[in-house]
Design a protein around this ligand. Sequence first.
Ligand SMILES: Cc1cc2nc3c(=O)[nH]c(=O)nc-3n(C[C@H](O)[C@H](O)[C@H](O)COP(=O)(O)OP(=O)(O)OC[C@H]3O[C@@H](n4cnc5c(N)ncnc54)[C@H](O)[C@@H]3O)c2cc1C
Length: 172
Amino acid sequence: DFVVVGVGITPSTQLAALAGVEVENGIKTDAQGRTSDPWIWSAGDCASFPYKGGRIRLESVPNAIDQAEVVAQNMMGAGKDYVATPWFWSDQYDVKLQIAGLNTGFDNVVTRAGDGRSTSFWYYKGDQLVAVDAMNDPRAYMVGKRLIDMGNTADKAVVADAAADLKSLLKA
Ligand SMILES: Cc1cc2nc3c(=O)[nH]c(=O)nc-3n(C[C@H](O)[C@H](O)[C@H](O)COP(=O)(O)OP(=O)(O)OC[C@H]3O[C@@H](n4cnc5c(N)ncnc54)[C@H](O)[C@@H]3O)c2cc1C
């Protein structure tokens, strides 16, 4: 009585492979978006790029736009690394989902109740905040994203206390 369908996860890399470009879970690029052929560049869902000591592909509209802008500038000679700050959104019926960070490797989660149909889940590795899933809770998303982008964490007691002002976390 419950079905989950996963669509659009496999990168389409046939053209790159035919062109002799290195493929490794996507079209392999350097930090600027250049593939193993210096005249060929890659951005968006299909690009596998360096991230925090490993490689990653990000499947989201924000990444496709931000990365494409940087890679296009690099094709014109800008020489800028693309530094991803992963975030995602989706509207599912009456639920607005906003996700900041990546929860890969989390080992504990703090749930924060919101008003009515809003709630948020705060993912930690130890005491370090790594991601926030916010449902109908733009404030939780905004505060979580700023903390994650700055490399800061969030006091779990404040997060868990629905009466506490989340913005106080930005002053800490
Ligand atoms: C079901 C679904 C729901 C999603 N929901 C969300 C969401 O809510 N929020 C969000 O942020 N992201 C969402 N995404 C992800 C989002 O759609 C992608 O991250 C985004 O479209 C990536 O843009 P892109 O330009 O990199 O790739 P794409 O939009 O996939 O464009 C690649 C294009 O290249 C074409 N192509 C591939 N191979 C060849 C070839 N050999 N020759 C010519 N053309 C080729 C393809 O046909 C396609 O048109 C969703 C994806 C799916 C599948």
